[in-house]
Write a protein that binds this ligand. Sequence first.
Ligand code: GTP
Ligand code: MG
Length: 349
Amino acid sequence: MSKLKVLGMQQEVVMVEKPKETKQETSTKSEPQSIDTLPGVGAATAEKLREAGFDTLMSLAVASPAELVEVCAIGESVAKRIINVARSKLDMGFETGIDLLKRRQEVIRLSTGSKAFDAMIGGGFETGAISEAYGEFGSSKSQIAHVLAVRTQLPVEQGGSNGSVIFIDGESTFRPERIKQIAESLKIDPIETLKNIAVARAFNSDHQMLIAEKTEDLIKQKMASDRPVRLIVVDSLTSHFRADFVGRGQLADRQQKLNKHMHTLMKLASQYNLCVYVTNQVMAKPDTFFGDPTAAIGGHIVGHNSQTRIYLRKGKKGTRVGKLVDSPYLADAECIFRITDAGLEDVEE
Ligand code: GTP
Ligand code: MG
């Protein structure tokens, strides 16, 4: 049933095309998912788990013992047992290549409005995955976030997804006036556009992690509507973590928390088939003699958790250059674009 929960959510989305059988399958198979059916888990523990958000077998099966210990105040051996029982009760079966192909076909690509940029990333920012943009100040990380927040709302034929947006704002960068401006240039209602963006300001790294976890309620609620959440922006992913964990002694803690945060985001991306766009700063690498003397914050943790990584920098004459750094199936490539009042635009060469 591991994949069922994941697919079940996605099936709700495609239900418009495939009505009856899917519905029935989801409802019958989702019954045994309740954590109350777990042998050896008493009512009090079940309640604690539920309060901490572990309300399905799937959520327990993919949890780590340390997570349960931390949030439910239970012993490690109990946590391990609960996880194991949840896993054994779930059909953690293999997916066939066909299943995977089907899931790939459900992926929606969100257009940036720049043909060159879209082409570089294989047609647009993918749902079901985390995409990371990193680069120095003014390299256009936040502008791309705003453009995506508007364009996600366009119909699929216009490169959108008919979706709504959650914007986790860690740097007070969200600008409603900019959203209005981009919407107006696309000739869509600016007020409606703003209504479809839920903004949450994160005050520190713990708060940011909590917000990410809490978004699931909103996502579930919107799932049944005609505007499911198709984009979560986290701008910036790393700045609070950088500020809250200073010094080498805290590096391991910071990385562990960042990893957990990104796992939360990854789960949301794949369970609900939505795009997670995160931004990240760079730091100077003083020991670099060849190549680019900058590196993304968060190191391997952030890198490995992002399916697509784009390095942004300033180009000639006010242009911006995007470089695809790490993609599972696309060749490394570059594109040049410009930020205008309308959003991202191609540069004629
Ligand atoms: P930091 O968050 O500081 O690390 O930078 P960033 O990468 O998020 O840069 P951001 O996306 O905020 O800005 C990129 C560029 O977009 C700026 O240098 C401006 O040239 C341009 N820009 C920002 N706001 C606007 C706007 O409202 N209209 C237009 N036309 N351009 C803008
Ligand atoms: Mg920014």
